[in-house]
Design a protein around this ligand. Structure first.
Ligand code: NAD
Length: 513
């Protein structure tokens, strides 16, 4: 399928306006399905980061944005949701031509999830305890005490290329709901939908509340993390870059949340309904060509079911149609880049070298009409052991490792034997058994008889090296607010303030004179 796409041009979005980069430089965005240039984008430098942060600072310090009442803020969030829905077609198109995600998935999941996120935050912000009153303390004397939750200030959001619109929104929606301002740095492969989103949002907020600076992570991302006027950094990306961000943020002791990589275990129990578990496990691993942080990339299968499960998985995988993301018939699109394709193929080679068996795929794919594209066949390895490189490292491509187990104890131990802890899953007809296992899995989310089921009102984030903090729902408001304790004394008489006597031993006698 050849698309004769119009080449778009996007400047930076700073202080409520489209602005060129100070350097005047631009970079290309390519369609990973064809290799065609689909856009040129202004390439920010540290000077542009400084301009964007100062605009965000000014909007935070000098407008009444941060003091807006929750009800009014909910109105803004609902208006943004409506505007996203009104621009759904353009957003979905920009997302598909740059990320390689299928238009079928983006239009039906990503857009709806994003609209619902802003609406959900609109509801949550009205219930959120921005001010709580504590009971009168018994000691040392009566007082009125409040706990206030205040916005943190200028937030920096750094996002990856796999789900650009959703992941930027997971940061923007709670940041705005709590009254912060924000500067977003999208991944250079996929800045388009984030830039468009900023333009949409800017109609409803003061200039400077939302800004987007696109450009290389090592320059633009680092400048943002180091900037002394940035108060919080929210990062989604690889664990490797997450470690670097945490170290850089330490220089100015910034508040940091990190959503990082995964190697999520999917445990099939002996009593699983295979009619559900087989398609469910493939949905869990091959959606978006396996480029989802919480993909179920390690499938643990009991000895007794092993051969049947492998056979069924292979048969169903062979029905997947690989093609152009804009073709509604496409099930699996490309991986993001030539480099990513080579990385995935090198992991496939490593799996073979370590003795795993390819039962399906294992090679790149030529798609007619998409000759410059980067396609890898959905690949299944059997005979994988949990210590192999393909079972321990995040591949971020369409590769499933099947690992046999003898008893459930062994499966749970292997499932937890990873540096990651983002997601996990269990397939069984016995829900009590599932809860018992869920309680032992070291992961931020556990799906029972399903996969990829994120909710906008449920927390999402990782255990272990999959991250710090949680996004979505009221939990994301916790991450975008800081606590202030306000104490008002109810004891006006000096003589009754016995606690002052711990310093002034003579105060009592002096007052009697
Ligand atoms: P990446 O870590 O390479 O890049 C993420 C972002 O960080 C990009 O915008 C990049 O430009 C920027 N960046 C790179 N180096 C930087 C630096 N030194 N300082 C500041 N910013 C820098 O990740 P990616 O390849 O874009 O995305 C894939 C990774 O993201 C996978 O590891 C995946 O698991 C992870 N991911 C995690 C989640 C989650 O919610 N836990 C969601 C999606 C993706």
């Amino acid at each position: 399928m050849t698309t004769h796409v119009q080449v778009h041009h996007f400047p930076l979005f700073i202080d409520g306006q489209w602005q060129p980069a100070t350097s005047g430089e631009t970079f290309h965005v390519y369609n990973p399905a064809t290799g065609e240039v689909v856009a040129t984008v202004a390439k920010a430098t540290a000077d542009d980061v400084d301009r964007a942060v100062k605009a965000a600072r000014k909007a935070f310090d000098e407008t009444d944005w941060k003091a807006m009442k929750p009800k009014e803020r909910a109105r803004v969030l609902n208006a943004i949701a409506q505007a996203i829905a009104a621009n759904a077609q353009e957003l979905a198109y920009l997302e598909a031509i740059s990320s390689g995600g299928t238009i079928r998935r983006i239009s039906s999941i990503d857009i709806l999830q994003t609209v619902d996120l802003f609406q959900t935050m609109a509801n949550i912000v009205q219930e959120y305890p921005f001010s709580e009153t504590l009971p009168i303390p018994p000691f040392p004397g009566p007082a009125h005490n409040f706990v206030w939750r205040e916005p943190i200030g200028v937030c920096a959001a750094i996002t990856p290329w796999n789900l650009p619109l959703m992941i930027a929104s997971w940061k923007i929606a709670p940041a705005l709901a709590a009254g912060n301002t924000i500067v977003v740095k999208p991944a250079s492969y996929t800045p388009l939908s984030t830039l468009k989103l900023a333009e949409i949002i800017s109609s409803f907020v003061p200039p400077g509340v939302i800004n987007v600076v696109a450009g290389p992570g090592a320059d633009v991302g680092e400048a943002l993390v180091r900037h002394p006027q940035v108060d919080k950094v929210a990062f989604t990306g690889s664990t490797e870059v997450g470690r670097r961000i945490m170290a850089l943020a330490a220089e100015t002791v910034k508040n940091v949340t990190l959503e990082l990589g995964g190697k999520s275990p999917n445990i099939l129990l002996e009593d699983a309904d295979l009619d559900l578990a087989v398609p469910g496990s493939l949905f869990g691993v091959f959606l978006h060509s396996g480029q989802l942080c919480e993909s179920g990339t390690r499938l643990f299968v009991p000895d007794r079911l092993h051969d049947e499960v492998v056979e069924r998985l292979v048969a169903l995988t062979k029905t997947l149609q690989i093609g152009h993301p804009l073709d509604p018939a496409t099930d699996v699109g490309p991986v993001i880049s030539k480099r990513q394709k080579e990385t995935v193929l090198s992991y496939i080679e490593a799996g073979k070298q370590e003795g795993a068996t390819i039962v399906c795929g294992g090679h790149e794919v030529e798609v007619p009409g998409c000759e410059g594209g980067h396609f890898v066949a959905p690949t299944i390895f059997s005979n994988v052991t949990n210590d192999m490189k393909i079972a321990q490292e995040e591949i971020f491509g369409p590769v499933l490792s099947i690992i046999r187990y003898h008893d459930v104890e062994e499966a749970v131990t292997m499932a937890n034997d990873t540096i990651y802890g983002l997601a996990a899953g269990v397939w069984t007809r016995d829900v009590n058994k599932a809860y018992a296992i869920a309680g032992r899995l070291q992961a931020g989310v556990v799906w029972i008889n399903d996969w990829h089921m994120l909710r906008n009102d449920a927390p999402f984030g990782g255990y272990k090296q999959s991250g710090i903090g949680r996004e979505m729902g009221k939990y994301s408001l916790d991450a975008y607010t800081q606590l202030k304790h306000v104490h008002t004394s109810m004891v006006p008489e000096l003589g009754k303030r016995k606690w002052y006597q711990v310093l002034f031993s003579r105060l009592h006698t002096m007052m009697k004179k």
